[in-house]
Design a protein. Structure first.
Lengths: 261, 256
C-alpha cells in the first residue's frame, strides 16, 4: 500500500501556527492604518525627506556591497586556503549580531576617538553624523547577505565551465565577466536585492553610529521610531509603506530565484 | 506608616493581655504581604530604586516593584489596564493625561524638579562656556528631537534665550545625547542635570542661566486601580518626605 508523498499530515497544524504568527501582525497593522489619511501621512515633509534619504542611501550601500561583496564571495568560494576559510564565520558575523552592536563597532573604528577615526580626523575627514555614516552602517549589516547568497550560487554553479574557458585560452578576468558572473546572475540579483532590503530596514547601527537628523541621517526606520512618540498614526502609515516596499523586494527575489531552476 | 506600626503593637499588646494562653500562634503569624507596583519615569530609576529599598525597610511585609519607562508610555500602559499602584511622571503634561483619563486617586503632588545643563567631553574641545556658544558654526551639537520631552525643553530654552541651535543630530532620548557626548562624537549636548550622576568624569557639566526658562516638574500620585490604596498613598507621602528629598538632592534634582 502506498502513502501519498509529502510531509505527514500533522505538520499542517504547527505550519498553520507559524504562518499565522508571521502573517497576522502585518494584517493587524494594515487594519489599524488610517487609510483615508494615508497619502497625507506619508507625504508630510519629514516623511518625504526620510523616504528619499532611505532610498538614496540603500541604493548607494547596495552599489558598495556589489563592489566589495562580489570579489569577497569569489575569493571565499574559490579559495582552497584553510586560513581564509577560517575567516568566513567572522565576515558573516554581522548577519547575526544585533545591529546596535554593529553601530558600537563602527563607532570604535570610525568615531572621532576610534581606531581609524583619529587619523581621519587629523586629515580633516569626519564621518560621524553624515550621510556617509548612514551608508557605512548599512553596508556593514547588509554586505554579509550579498556575500552569503552569491557564495552559495558560486558553489552550486561549480568550476567546470570556468576551467573549460581557461583551457580555451580565456584570461581570468575574461572568465569572470563572460562565464562566472553570467552563470550566477540570478544569485547576484537576489543577493543585491536582499542587501538593498536589509539596508532599507537598517536602524540600530544607524542610530548608534550616524545619529538622527532630518534629510541627513534620519532614514525611514528612524523616522518611524520618532513619529511613534507624537503621532502613532503616521508611524503606522510609514511602517505600512516599508511593508509594501519589503513585499515588492521579496516578490522580486522569489521570482529571480524561481527562474534559476 | 508609624500609625500602622503603633496599631499593630497596640493590637498585639491587647491580645497578650486578653488571652495569654493562645498568643503564641498569633505572634508567629506573618504580617500581610503587600506588593506595591510603582510606574515611574525612566529618569527616576536610580533614586526610586533607592527609595523603594528604604520604604521596604520602614514597612516590613511590603515589597516595592518598579516599571521604569518614558512617562508617555507609562500613561498608555496604565490606560490599557496595566496593574499599577503609583504613577510618578517626569512632566506635568503626562500626569495631566492620567488625571483626565480618571486614573488617579487623589491630587498629584510635585516632589522634584529638573533642569537642562550643557554636557561636553571632559576636555571641552569646542571650548563651550555659555549657552550662546552652542550656536557657533564649528560646534558639533547634539540635542533631543523636539518630539520628545527633553527636546521640547531644549526648544523652549533656545527660544527664550533667542539662540538658534543647529544640531548635527536630534536624538531619541537624553541617554542617546549623553552617549554621543561620552563617546566624544559630539562637542556638546543638552541633557538634564540629573543625567550626569551616572556619567562620572566622562562628561563635563556646564550650568547656564537660560535653563531656568524650562524647569521640569515631577508629579506623583496614587492610582485608582490600586488594591493597596493605603500603601500607595503612604509611598506618595514617603516620596515627599525630607528623607526622600535628601536622596533627590544628592542625585541633582531640585526642590519643587
Amino acid at each position: 500500500m502506498s502513502h501519498p508523498s509529502g510531509p505527514p499530515a500533522w505538520t499542517w497544524i504547527p505550519a498553520a501556527g507559524g504562518a499565522f504568527f508571521l502573517g497576522v501582525p502585518l494584517v493587524a497593522m494594515g487594519l489599524s492604518t488610517e487609510w483615508s489619511d494615508f497619502w497625507g501621512l506619508i507625504t508630510s515633509e519629514s516623511s518625504k525627506a526620510a523616504l528619499i534619504l532611505s532610498i538614496k542611501t540603500a541604493l548607494a550601500s547596495t552599489i558598495v556591497c556589489l563592489i566589495l561583496g562580489v570579489p569577497l564571495a569569489l575569493v571565499l568560494s574559490r579559495t582552497q586556503s584553510k586560513l581564509l576559510a577560517s575567516f568566513r564565520p567572522l565576515l558573516l558575523l554581522p548577519l547575526v549580531l544585533p545591529p546596535v552592536v554593529g553601530g558600537m563597532a563602527l563607532l570604535a573604528t570610525f568615531g572621532r576617538r576610534g581606531l581609524l577615526g583619529q587619523q581621519l580626523e587629523t586629515l580633516g575627514i569626519s564621518v560621524a553624523f553624515s550621510t556617509i555614516a548612514v551608508v557605512m552602517a548599512q553596508v556593514f549589516v547588509s554586505l554579509p547577505f550579498l556575500v552569503l547568497t552569491l557564495e552559495g550560487s558560486l558553489r552550486s554553479a561549480g568550476k567546470r565551465y570556468e576551467e573549460i574557458a581557461a583551457t580555451l585560452g580565456a584570461s581570468p578576468s575574461t572568465v569572470l565577466f563572460r562565464v562566472t558572473l553570467p552563470l550566477v546572475l540570478p544569485g547576484l540579483a537576489a543577493g543585491g536585492i536582499l542587501s538593498f532590503a536589509r539596508a532599507l530596514g537598517e536602524f540600530g547601527a544607524t542610530i548608534t553610529f550616524a545619529g538622527s537628523l532630518q534629510g541627513i541621517t534620519r532614514t525611514m526606520p528612524l523616522e518611524i521610531y520618532l513619529q511613534r512618540e507624537v503621532d502613532p498614526n503616521s508611524a503606522i502609515a510609514l511602517s505600512m509603506l516599508l511593508v509594501v516596499l519589503a513585499a515588492v523586494v521579496m516578490y522580486t527575489v522569489h521570482r529571480s530565484q524561481g527562474s534559476k531552476v | 506608616m508609624k500609625k500602622i506600626a503603633i496599631f499593630f503593637i497596640a493590637a498585639f499588646a491587647l491580645l497578650l493581655g486578653a488571652c495569654s494562653s493562645d498568643t503564641d500562634n498569633k505572634a508567629d503569624e506573618p504580617q500581610k504581604e503587600v506588593t506595591l507596583t510603582v510606574f515611574a519615569a525612566a529618569s527616576l530609576t536610580d533614586t526610586y530604586t533607592e527609595l523603594g529599598k528604604k520604604f521596604e525597610d520602614a514597612n516590613p511585609g511590603v515589597t516595592v516593584t518598579f516599571n521604569f519607562a518614558g512617562s508617555s508610555d507609562l500613561v498608555a500602559q496604565i490606560q490599557d489596564g496595566a496593574p499599577a499602584d503609583v504613577f510618578a511622571s517626569a512632566d506635568v503634561k503626562n500626569m495631566d493625561k492620567a488625571v483626565e483619563a480618571d486614573l488617579v486617586d487623589g491630587e498629584p503632588v510635585l516632589f522634584a524638579t529638573n533642569m537642562l545643563q550643557i554636557a561636553t567631553p571632559p576636555d571641552n574641545p569646542a571650548k563651550i562656556a555659555t549657552f550662546a556658544d552652542l550656536a557657533k558654526p564649528d560646534v558639533k551639537l547634539v540635542i533631543c528631537a523636539p518630539q520628545v520631552p527633553c527636546g521640547n525643553a531644549t526648544q523652549v530654552v533656545a527660544e527664550s534665550a533667542n539662540v538658534t541651535l543647529s544640531p548635527v543630530s536630534e536624538e531619541q532620548s537624553v541617554t542617546d545625547v549623553l552617549g554621543k557626548v561620552r563617546s566624544g562624537e559630539a562637542d556638546a549636548g543638552l541633557v538634564y542635570v540629573t543625567d550626569f550622576a551616572g556619567a562620572g568624569d566622562e562628561v563635563l557639566g556646564i550650568e547656564f542661566p537660560e535653563s531656568s526658562a524650562q524647569v521640569n516638574e515631577y508629579p506623583i500620585v496614587a492610582l485608582k486601580g490600586s488594591d493597596n490604596s493605603d500603601v500607595a498613598k503612604a509611598f506618595v507621602e514617603f516620596v515627599t518626605s525630607p528623607d526622600a528629598q535628601a536622596v533627590f538632592a544628592a542625585a541633582g534634582f531640585g526642590q519643587p
